[in-house]
Each structure stands twice: as C-alpha cells, then as structure tokens.
Design a protein around this ligand. Structure first.
Ligand code: SF4
Ligand code: SF4
Length: 188
C-alpha cells in the first residue's frame, strides 16, 4: 500500500468519472485491453511528446485521480501482488516483530536473492483490511503503482497488467488517452 494522498471529498473531479470498485475496474480494464495495447504502441513509437513531458502529465493525472481513491479501502495490491523484499525490508520487519532475520524469513519469505517475496497472498500483514506494519512496510509497497517514476512510456507493459487490479492505474490510463493527442491521430 503506497503513501497515497488521502481522498479529498470536494476535490475537483476529472472530466471522466473515476471508477473505484475493484471488480468494475477489472472488467473495464479487460474490455480496454486491445485499446490499451494500441495506446502503448502509439505512445512508445509514434507520439512526439518528450519523455519529461509525458512523465509530468502522468504525475499530474495520477495525483488528480488519486484524490478520489482511498487506498486503505482498496488494498488490492496487498491482496493480489507478490511483494518483493530486500535485506533492508526483512531486517526492518523482523525488528518490528521481535524476530530474528532467520525466524522472520522462515515464517514469511519465499525465494532467494532478488526473488524474495512474502510467501502468502493476501499479504500476511493485511489485517482487517489495513496494513498492520504500515510504518515499516517494504519499499515495494511504498513505490507501487510506480506512476511517479520516470520513463512511463517505456514501462507500460507491466502497468497495463497491473491496471486490472489497481484503480489508480486504470483511471490514470483512461484519462491519459484523452489528454495526449492519441485519438486525434487515429487512436480509438
Ligand atoms: S506490508 Fe502487506 S499489508 Fe502492508 S502495505 Fe505491504 S502488502 Fe500491504
Ligand atoms: S491497488 Fe492501487 S488503488 Fe488499490 S491500494 Fe494499491 S495502489 Fe491504491
């Protein structure tokens, strides 16, 4: 679960309604799959907007969408994703739970090296719909859904996949299709 801005009840709405229900998001994202593949190809190979301009628009659109989505109520990433872990994540969580690194690893971790992740889905620290280790959660939880990172147009393959589960990604993509000159260049 990322450090999302808390929803602002009276924040100005984007021109398009923000869809927050995870089941509806999944269905809409499946329906948009072909269109999104075509949008990705246009953005990656034919769009003349520079990388910094695209990234700035993505950040602005993400923030606008996020004001209408409550990550604590959603928690889809905590339910569905395999959360990767590094040494620092494991040490921090082990310390919080008063476990040795060995004990923590045996209880909660699968894989080795760069492939380490929580061994359960939903995440074992998702309790009553909330993160029980929030201030010590792994870096991967803080960074998801990676929409503020640079190089958006080069990372779209993974983001399209995540759009099935994450309302922030789904809605941001839908708005970007309208804010970039894709449709006027023959996109649908
Ligand atoms: S530690 Fe688990 S419950 Fe907490 S934010 Fe990460 S995935 Fe969600
Ligand atoms: S799936 Fe997306 S909207 Fe839901 S909690 Fe995670 S980041 Fe927030």
């Amino acid at each position: 679960m990322p450090d999302a801005p808390r929803p602002i009840p009276n924040a100005p709405r984007p021109a398009r309604r923000v869809i927050t229900d995870p089941a509806t998001v999944e269905q809409r994202a499946r329906d948009a799959a072909r269109e999104n593949v075509s949008f990705r190809a246009w953005l990656k190979f034919r769009c003349e907007t520079s990388d910094p301009e695209v990234d700035a628009l993505v950040r602005e659109t993400t923030d606008q969408v996020w004001r209408h989505i409550d990550c604590i109520a959603c928690a889809q990433c905590c339910r569905c994703l395999s959360i990767t872990l590094d040494d620092r994540d494991i040490a921090r969580l082990a310390r919080r739970l008063h476990l040795s690194i060995k004990q923590f690893t045996r209880r909660y971790v699968e894989g080795t090296g760069d492939q380490r992740a929580f061994n359960q889905r939903p995440c074992p620290f998702l309790q009553s719909g909330a993160c029980s280790v929030y201030s010590d959660r792994p870096q991967a939880c803080r960074d998801f859904p990676y929409l503020h990172d640079p190089g958006f147009r080069h990372r779209m393959l993974g983001l399209l996949e995540f759009s099935l589960l994450c309302p922030v990604i789904y809605n941001t993509l839908e708005l970007l299709k309208r804010r970039l000159p894709w449709r006027s260049r023959g996109g649908r």
